[in-house]
Write a protein that binds this ligand. Structure first.
Ligand code: ADP
Length: 491
């Protein structure tokens, strides 16, 4: 029904520069696919280094000379709020685009991605007039203060797992701070980002403030190394994040904010409410087809409840409705791509060959579309590949533990540090574990509960900055110190 209703929607497929839709200079396009059907949805203009250069110059001019710098805080907030209102007015269409381009269930697009997108824009709209410096005491006849200013031209590179949310997490704080932006959406999912581009024009952002260049890794690399870019904000794999750090010094210095991968532990103690623990672990791994950076994919279960947890988790997963993402009753849709499908199936085979016990799923569903059955392995040990590497798919590894000190040590024994979970009725135990875990967000008796007001980001190889909350806003701010000579008389 939904498919028919939106059959005639107009998709944006061009590059957005200076509030104008343009073709790529090379004339090249790339097909964007519906992973649930493997059919081409549209051909999108393929941005290259030359297009990035035009977009960065537009953003630079808009920052240095455009009206944006002189917009009052309430004018900037007005643009962001109008954008949020327009996204809300178009939410069914945006949810549909998100679902056909990403493969996620339409109910998730409507009830998770769209609300969080809206909340993020509205939250940061409220930040524009809450930018305060401070006065600093100084010896002698001087008045010294700090002034908070936008960091400048920002290059933003986002992934495909939650495209609208990632776009909002990047654009909203940058807009609120007064930056100008060149955003590169993931090559797999350019369509919702471009649709929001259309709404950005309608919302009244001046030309050049927000530019969107679809393309691949080379487009991202051109943006990350462009000499007129003051800051790069990236969400994606640790591998590419490290490359961006390496390249950050090319063509001059720029700030770099990274939100990267994870292999998050989720620790379930004997005293846990078992119903809660099973559903919490389930949400922790299977939300968004397992394509979540803080996915709680290493589920440590204490020996006393281990067998029951394993058997009941296997029963629960069999109730999860897998299938057509456009069916409003579907809970589990398609993976993003054939490449990702193959990668997940490889990890499943590796789990089996290394001796983990497959207790649910484990196969591709059907021959068309990138569907993988939600999969659970029990008796996983720390040395197995599936316990060490980020799979970014619907694969839960269950590991047995005996004592609290043992599990803390094992949970922290990873290069990642993005998310973590603890399920217990004992508050002392919860405090001990949350204090000991080296992770950016720890969920206690819940999982995957994130809010725009709280900082989000990784420890260790999972990242080097925070998004969301005050910290996410400050990431787009420069601090300027001003020292004014006064006369001795004023002392
Ligand atoms: P994934 O492996 O989940 O697809 P990636 O880290 O490869 O994630 O991609 C995340 C984003 O980074 C995408 O927009 C992608 O095009 C971009 N990207 C990939 N390689 C590079 C690179 N070398 N420099 C900058 N951006 C890149």
């Amino acid at each position: 029904m939904l498919a028919r209703r939106f059959f005639s929607i107009k998709l944006e497929t061009k590059i957005l520069i200076n509030n104008k839709w343009v073709d790529s200079l090379s004339g090249k396009t790339f097909p964007t696919i519906n992973p649930a059907t493997e059919e081409v949805i549209a051909h999108v203009q393929k941005g290259s280094a030359e297009d990035v250069d035009l977009a960065v110059n537009a953003a630079r001019a808009a920052f240095d000379f455009g009206p944006w710098r002189r917009f009052t805080a309430s004018q900037r907030a007005g643009c962001i709020r109008r954008l949020a209102d327009l996204i809300e007015e178009n939410k069914s269409e945006l949810a549909y685009i998100e679902t056909i381009n990403n493969g996620k269930p339409i109910s998730d697009s409507l009830n998770f991605d769209l609300p969080m997108t809206l909340d993020t824009y509205r939250y940061y709209a409220g930040y524009t007039d809450k930018v305060f410096g401070k006065t600093i005491p100084m010896s002698g006849p001087f008045f010294t203060y700090t002034k908070l200013e936008p960091v400048g031209v920002v290059g933003q590179i986002i992934p495909w797992n939650v495209p609208l949310i990632m776009q909002a997490w990047k654009l909203a704080p940058a807009m609120a701070a007064g930056c100008t932006v060149v955003l590169k959406p993931a090559e797999q999912t350019p369509l919702s980002a471009l649709k929001v581009g259309e709404l950005i024009i309608q919302a009244g952002f001046p030309p050049g403030v927000i530019n969107i260049v679809p393309g691949f890794g080379d487009t991202g690399a051109a943006l990350a190394t462009h000499k007129k870019v003051d800051k790069i904000a990236f969400t994606g794999s640790t591998e590419v994040g490290l490359e961006i750090v390496k390249n950050a010094g090319v063509n001059g210095l720029r700030r770099v904010s990274l939100e990267l991968g994870g292999k998050s532990p989720n620790i379930i103690f004997d005293d846990a409410d078992l119903d809660l623990a099973i559903s919490q672990a389930h949400i922790g791994v299977f939300l968004n087809q397992g394509q979540v950076c803080f996915s709680g994919s290493r589920v440590f279960v204490q020996a006393g409840i281990y067998d029951e947890f394993v058997s009941r988790s296997a029963s629960l997963i069999k109730c999860r409705k897998l299938g057509d993402p456009l069916d409003p009753t579907t809970q589990h849709g398609s993976q993003i791509s054939k490449v990702q499908l193959e990668k997940i199936l490889y990890y499943i085979e590796t789990g089996k060959s290394q001796g983990a016990k497959l207790i649910a799923g484990g196969k591709r569903l059907g021959l068309k579309g990138c569907f993988v059955e939600p999969t659970i392995f029990a008796d996983v040990t720390d040395d197995m590949t599936i316990a060490k590497e980020e799979i970014f798919g619907p694969v839960m590894s269950i590991l047995k533990f005996h004592t609290i000190d043992e599990v803390i040590q094992r949970a922290n024994n990873t290069n990642y540090g993005l998310g973590a979970g603890v399920v217990t009725r004992d508050i002392e135990k919860a405090f001990k574990v949350t204090n000991a875990l080296r992770a950016g967000t720890v969920f206690v008796n819940c999982y995957s509960v994130i809010t725009e007001g709280a900082p989000f980001g990784g420890f260790k190889q999972s990242g080097n900055d925070k998004e969301m909350g005050t910290e996410g806003f400050m990431s787009y701010i420069e601090k300027k110190t001003v020292v004014i000579k006064t006369s001795e008389d004023t002392l």
